[in-house]
Write a protein that binds this ligand. Sequence first.
Ligand code: NAD
Ligand code: TDX
Length: 339
Amino acid sequence: MPPQPAQFLVTGGAGFIGSNFVRHLVEHTDAHVTVLDKLTYAGDRTTLADLPPGRVELVEGDIADAALVDRLVADLGDDGVLVHYAAESHNDNSLSDPSPFVQTNLVGTYTLLEAARRHGTRLHHISTDEVYGDLELDDPARFTESTPYNPSSPYSSTKAGSDLLVRAWVRSFGVRATISNCSNNYGPWQHVEKFIPRQITNLVDGVRPRLYGAGANVRDWIHADDHSSAVLAIIERGRIGETYLIGADGEHSNLDVVRLLLRLMGRDEDDYDLVTDRAGHDMRYAIDSTKLRRELGWEPRYTSFEEGLASTVAWYREHEDWWRPHKEQTEAKYAKAGQ
Ligand code: NAD
Ligand code: TDX
């Protein structure tokens, strides 16, 4: 087994999945973690507040700030790893204003790559299955590492562009990077703008869940803890220059998810509203994670979606102080869009 890195720089570590990875590092390694996060509307200092200050340091700043990034990457030293989660991450926002998506997802990633190139730093880039576009509901195929890129939205196209920059920096400049493309994550600490937390917190407030279109679209759900264990496996044992798809065989239609949430929260399963569909709404995502499982021996721990969702509902019930400050403004945005 190769030695574990002693230092990590995690961009976007105050967001949903990045903070999950920081917790995973604190629990499963002895490494010191520096988080670089701009603390946009999606990043919250309180998400990291309970972690030991000797292990985790939060630096507030922008991944597109070349001088700051250069200093932090230089400080990582020879055996440090840069793990890049920071992004504008919400499709609906990318439809109303694409500009921060271009700036953070493309220019920000470029800035990190240039620093990794200058300092010879190992980089892992976090991406999404949305770069592959979408599948028909009855298509027997799932996405693999060789599926052609075909993104649909300003969000997914800027993520696709960031992946291509990483590939080019590996090939042209020898940057030591890996990429992972993961399916839809759920779990604690996810912003209330996203599908599952939005519906849970609506139900806490006595508001009916909101399904776009007919609710037929399918997402492939994975618990964020399983995403984190896969990323650490890739950092520790993955091959440089390779892409790994991360997924846990969790395909469900949005309607099925809403019905399950209604049942788990003691409500009638038909108690939802259909609202204006998302423009260009991808129909279905599905990941074939055979390469990751065979090559690195990774397996998800959450094999029951219902159990994972039930523990997520319990978390949101217990952590209202964390999500409440974001709820009203988020719903006001949706109301404007008829959603
Ligand atoms: P999120 O929106 O919850 O968190 C993003 C974090 O990045 C926030 O803390 C934000 O403050 C920070 N950030 C944004 N712009 C920044 C900038 N310019 N400089 C520094 N920090 C900045 O997102 P998430 O859902 O946790 O997603 C994290 C990563 O995982 C993204 O790269 C996303 O594309 C990818 N991903 C997400 C999912 C999912 O289901 N949520 C699935 C696959 C891949
Ligand atoms: O209120 C809603 N009602 C609804 O039906 C919301 C917010 C969403 N939806 C639908 C749209 C999607 O089909 O639910 C599905 C999931 O929506 P999001 O949570 O917005 O996720 P998605 O667009 O699938 O993208 C997510 O997964 C891939 C993350 O936000 C991305 O960052 C990640 O790359």
